[in-house]
Structure formats: C-alpha cells, structure tokens
Design a protein around this ligand. Structure first.
Ligand SMILES: *[C@@H]1O[C@H](CO)[C@@H](O)[C@H](O)[C@H]1NC(C)=O
Length: 498
C-alpha cells in the first residue's frame, strides 16, 4: 500500500508538472483577464477645426502658421484627420479593432479658449461629450489625456510652462474636465511626455513654442509640470474621487539605455540616463522619498557652480512640496518606443540637460530602422525597461499608453506588424515571467496623423488616412487586422510565437 501510494504521488507530480508546462507556455502568450487593450491619439494631431466654434489658438497653431519652415512640407494640423467632424468614424474603427479602451486628449484651448476658466466654450464641452458618449455606447472605455502639448497661446504669452503660475491654471482647467466629464471618464492622465514638450523651451527650431533656453527653461518647465500634476491629483482626491471613483496617472516616455560596454562607468552612465529622463518626473511622484533624484540634483548643481551660476539651474522643492508631490499617483503611464547605447562621458551644448546627464548616447547600426531617425526596433529593451521600473518604483501598476512604429505608408505594413507582435511578446514575458504589474496597452496610433515637426511624412497609424481626400477615409492596414485578432482572441497568434 505504501509503495502504491508512493508511485501514485510520483505520477501525480509528473502529470501536474507536465500540465503546468503546457499551461505556462500558452499563458505567456495570453493577456491577463483584467488587462485593457486599445489605441491612442492626441487632439492636435487628429482633430483639425483649429479655429471652429470658439476654439482659441494654441502653441501648435502658432508654430505651424508662423514657422511653416520648421515643419516638413509646411504641414499644419488645421484639418489633420478632421476628427472634430469625423469622431464617429474613429469610434467605428475602434469598434472594428475590438478596442476596450481609447486614449485621446482634450484640446485645452477648445474648452478654455483663453486658457483660463472664466470663459468655457460650450461647443468644446459638447464635442468631447459626444465623443465620450459615442465610445460608451459602443462599449469602449474613454481614457483622457488632459494635456498633450497644445498649450493655449494665451498662457504661452505669460511665459508658458517655465512660469510656475501655470500649475494653478492647470488645476483650474482640470476642475472643468472633472466636472464635465468625470461622471463617465474613469482613467485620467494629467500630462503626456513632459520630457518631450519641455524641449519646446530648449531649442530654437524645435517643438512648440521653440524657445531657446536649454538647461534652464526646460528644467523650469519640468518643475511647473510636476507641481501641476500634484495639484490635479489632490484636486481629484478632495473634490471628485469619492463620487467619481476614477484613477489619475501621468504618461512618461523613456527609452531603454543599454550600456555600450559592461564597464562600471558605462553602466553608471545608463543609470544617469534613467534618472535624468524618467526619474526627473517619476522620482518626485513615485518613490517613497520623493524629490528629484540625488544624481540629478548633484550633477546640475555642480555644473551650474562650475559655469558661474550662484544658484543651481535645477529648481528646488521645499520639504513641504516634496511631501505634497510624492504619492500622487494611481498608476504610471509609460510611452515606450526604442533604445539607446550609453557610454560614460560629457557632450552637448553648455548648458543643457544632455550635458548635465553625463552620458553619450548612440544607437546600434545593427538595430532595424523605421521612418523616424530616432526610432530603432529593440523589443528586448522594452522588457528591460519594464523591469527597471518595477525595481525602482516598487512595482506600481503600469499602463503602456504608447508604443508604435513609423513607416512612409502602405497597407501591407509588415514592419509595423513585426514591431507590435515582438513588443507585445516582450511585455507579456515581463508580466508572466518577471512579475511586472502592467495593466493595459494602447497602441500609437489609431490612425495616421500630424506627426509634429515631421508633418504627415512619418506615419504611425494602424489605419491609413488619405490626406488628399476631403472625406479622410480610414482604411485598416495589415497591422490593424493583426491587432484586431490579438484583441479579440486576447492571445499572440501561434504564427508569431517563438
Ligand atoms: C505583405 O508583404 C509580405 C512581405 O513582402 C508578403 O509575404 C505578404 O504576402 C504580403 N501580404 C499581403 C496581404 O499582401
């Protein structure tokens, strides 16, 4: 009897072990039940109707109208995808895709034409109400970015993001959004990629508003944005959370930095890169200790002194501000596209953030290219970055708010299909094998659109849009069909598995 029991137990162990192997090999290609899949856009890149029905001008209207030479082909977002008139077409393709969630942004100047909350443009409120209601009627959850780079010109006239008073104005804008839309919108992002739009204050021919104050104006902009984010989070806690029950996060972009060699110096330079680019925003908000990363404070302060400044070019938080800001998150939005090689050293303009960071960045010539000079295809970097975030910020819920690939057009977009399937596989390994708490993913982008200074030349859409046709038809590319298959089966199809 004892012998029989012994062999029975062994048999059970062998059988259940084998079962577990089969299950886990399928599991690693399967999205967790609660995981949300969808696609993303941004107001200036798709809406058009730049001056219709009471909308005020913003800094991208100004840049594209006053400096057509800054933008490829002198393109503008005056019409773009005409989503202001065609939002029902957008919802139709989201439905066809099987999206559970649609991430879009609200144009501040469409809602508050002067930037301030004394004049609310009812037409703008109506537009977003119609979009939100159309999404919900089709079973798609709205995820709203409050600010995706289109600052009302009236606020830029006061100095824009380097002026700390914009933190208060941002809170007032957010109150209008929570009041009007918070009964139906439960996923909020305060800002999209402040790391990118702070560069609007760090170069003469760059992102709007193209003000050339590197190493000073960009840090001031970051400082205001962090204050603004914290104010909006506390506003939600104090006036809306109990009734509305949503979540508030921020979308931060980061590239993986792979040390160029295994030397301690190169590895340290990539840590500097993470702290100067992700930690700049995430450390004050997502760590227990709060405040800017020590390496950021130390390096900018030392460089500033060497350059003859009395004060550090990096503004400081008071102890009370550190307390007020830390912990102001329900989840972390991450935009991930590519990777870099990092080598220890100093280069770049003096002063500048790049010079302060103490890393020399290149890319590996062997990495596959896209249509965008900066975007090389490095899917394994995605998994490494997700693990870095897990370890640095105590494994917060992470929502991938952007990930995508650019080409020059065409419906059989095999490069984009490869990009999505490989990145989703790396993300699923991070979830199932590394225990990273990723809760959602919205592909960038739902459709071809105005790609900032690259105009319409670099295309990120999974749906093609004919910008010559006034009807702006949206046509699915091969990538949209593959993503629809993934969203509907909630698995990576067998033909794309390793
Ligand atoms: C797309 O292009 C690939 C590679 O050139 C080819 O193998 C495939 O058959 C094409 N698919 C369609 C739908 O045309």
């Amino acid at each position: 009897m004892w012998v029989h029991t012994f062999f029975f137990v062994i048999l059970l162990v062998v059988v259940s072990g084998a079962r577990r192997d089969v299950a886990s090999s399928d599991t690693v290609y399967t999205f967790p039940d609660e995981f949300k899949l969808g696609a993303a856009t941004a107001s200036y890149q798709i809406e058009g109707a730049w001056d219709e029905n009471g909308k005020g001008p913003n800094i991208w209207d100004t840049l594209t109208h006053e400096h057509p030479d800054y933008v490829v082909d002198g393109a503008t977002g005056d019409i773009a995808d005409d989503s202001y008139h065609l939002y029902k077409e957008d919802v139709k393709i989201l439905k066809e895709l099987g999206a559970q969630v649609y991430r879009f942004s609200i144009s501040w100047a469409r809602v508050l034409p002067e930037g301030h909350d004394n004049i609310v443009n009812q037409d703008g409120i109506d537009y977003y109400n119609n979009l939100i209601n159309e999404l919900l009627a089709n079973g798609i959850e709205p995820m709203v970015t409050m600010y995706h780079w289109d600052l009302p010109q009236a606020l830029q006239d006061l100095g824009g993001w380097p002026n700390l008073v914009l933190a208060k104005y941002s809170e007032n804008y957010a109150r209008v959004l929570f009041k009007n839309f918070g009964d139906r919108v439960k996923l909020w992002l305060t800002f999209n990629e402040p790391l990118t739009f702070m560069d609007g204050y760090a170069s003469e021919i760059g992102m709007a508003p193209s003000i050339n104050t590197p190493g000073i104006g960009d840090y001031l902009a970051a400082h205001t944005v962090i204050h603004a984010h914290a104010r909006i989070y506390h506003l939600y806690d104090q006036e809306f959370r109990a009734e509305q029950g949503g979540k508030v996060g921020i979308s931060l972009n980061i590239n993986w930095c792979e040390p160029a060699t295994n030397s301690a110096e190169d590895r340290a330079s990539c840590e500097n890169y993470q702290q100067f680019n992700l930690g700049l925003y995430a450390h004050p908000i997502f760590t227990e200790e709060g405040d800017y990363p020590a390496v950021l404070k130390d390096r900018v302060s030392r460089n500033s002194a060497d350059e003859g400044y009395t004060d550090s070019r990096l503004p400081q938080f008071t102890a009370e501000e550190v307390e007020y800001i830390r912990g102001t998150h329900d989840f972390l939005g991450i935009n991930f596209y590519t990777a870099l090689l990092g080598k220890s050293g100093v280069e770049g303009y003096e002063p500048s953030r790049y010079r302060d960071s103490g890393v020399i960045l290149t890319q590996d010539a062997a990495w596959p290219i896209s249509a965008s000079s900066w975007l090389k295809v490095v899917p394994w970097g995605f998994r490494k970055e997700l693990n870095w975030i897990k370890n640095e910020y105590n494994n917060p819920p992470v929502f991938i708010t952007e990930n995508g690939f650019s080409d020059y057009g065409g419906l059989n977009d095999t490069g984009r299909v490869h990009y999505y399937t490989e990145h989703l596989k790396e993300m699923l390994k991070a979830i199932h094998e590394d225990g990273v708490n990723v809760i959602g993913y919205t592909a960038w982008s739902l459709m071809d659109n105005f790609e900032w200074l690259r105009g319409y030349s670099e295309k990120f859409g999974i749906y093609a849009v004919d910008f010559e046709d006034p009807a702006r038809p949206r046509i699915p590319k091969e990538s949209a069909k593959v993503l629809a298959e993934i969203m509907n089966t909630r698995k990576i199809p067998e033909r794309f598995r390793d």
